[in-house]
Design a protein around this ligand. Structure first.
Ligand code: ADP
Length: 297
């Protein structure tokens, strides 16, 4: 559950400010990505954990309303629902602290029991607000069954070569790419160099999201820059998540990686044009209208 404070500027250490507003907003990277794919028409089953508390009940209700299967979301008896404390400043930039709570209760042993769920999927999407060993196990299972894996390495953490070899599409943003490679990534050229390091470590396709600039695809056939769509950004929360959900949906629809990334850029642009995480995620007709309007101009 996102707890969002809006303020003209973020406070410094020891400083107290009056903010402009406060709102509770359903979110979490996994939930955002699941809803992003479901709103576009994807058939989504979510694996995860929430608390046996008001936030947990609300999040489960929301997932069900979005048509997402919650059969494999457990309610922890001991841990509270994960929360994120988000400060959005006057420029629309956000600063986030995540308290994972129930999210990290699921471990590798739990995921082993869900081998049949993973092996019957068309694609597996993961992010790192969960237990890393569980993600490693899920990626290993998917790899064994040749199910493609999208790993959004956020928040960024060191990843083993074995894990990277099991990832079909790695989707870091610029700062996450920096953490993964030890490079400073602030241009398309630097992103390309960093991606080469990740390819050498075993990832099949690296898709680096570049904020308003769009995204860069790097794989064995070379690198392709896919431009973003210029929009007025009001809130960048869930830009990356909307991108990942859209990418997954498009790949299961049989699109090429380049087509999927272009579509995901459009979804990301629409998400930054609206406030909130889940509330900002577009449905398919909105994306189609947006792309038609862009093509006309
Ligand atoms: P994250 O939200 O994980 O930091 P990015 O900022 O790279 O990731 O954004 C993810 C995607 O969302 C980008 O690749 C792009 O498609 C879209 N996007 C993000 N910010 C903007 C923006 N200001 N204008 C247009 N598209 C954007």
């Amino acid at each position: 559950m996102d707890m969002v404070v809006r303020t003209e500027r973020a406070p410094g250490a020891g400083e107290t400010l009056f903010g402009d507003s406060f709102a509770l907003s359903p979110g979490g990277k996994g939930a955002n990505q699941a809803v992003a794919a479901a709103r576009l028409g994807g058939k989504v089953s979510m694996i995860g954990s929430v608390g046996k508390d008001a936030f947990g009940n609300e999040l489960l209700d929301i997932m069900r309303q979005e048509g997402i299967s919650t059969e494999h979301i457990v309610q922890s008896a001991t841990q509270a629902t994960g929360v994120a404390s988000i400060v959005v400043d006057g420029e629309g930039e956000n600063r986030i602290i995540v308290v994972p709570g129930a999210n990290i209760e699921l471990g590798p042993e739990d995921i082993k029991l869900l081998e049949n769920v993973i092996s019957s999927a068309e694609i597996v999407v993961m992010q790192l607000e969960t237990d890393l060993q569980m993600c490693e196990e899920a990626a290993a299972i998917a790899h064994r069954y040749s199910i493609p894996v999208i790993l959004n390495p956020a928040p960024a953490r060191a990843l083993s070569d074995e894990m990277l070899r099991h990832v079909t599409y790695l989707t870091p943003n610029e700062s996450e790419t920096g953490v993964l490679t030890g490079m400073e990534v602030n241009s398309v050229e630097a992103a390309e160099q960093a991606a080469q390091i990740l390819l050498q470590r075993g990832v099949q396709n690296v898709v680096i999201t570049l904020g308003s600039k769009g995204a860069l695809i790097v794989n064995a056939s070379g690198s392709t820059y896919v431009a973003g769509f210029p929009v007025q950004a009001v809130d960048t929360v869930a830009a990356g998540d909307s991108f990942n959900g859209a990418l997954a949906y498009q790949l299961t629809e049989g699109r090429t990686l380049q087509e999927a990334v272009r579509f995901a850029n459009a979804v990301g642009a629409l998400a930054v044009g609206k406030r909130g995480a889940i509330p900002s995620l577009p449905a398919l007709p909105e994306v189609e209208r947006f792309l038609k309007a862009v093509e006309k101009n």
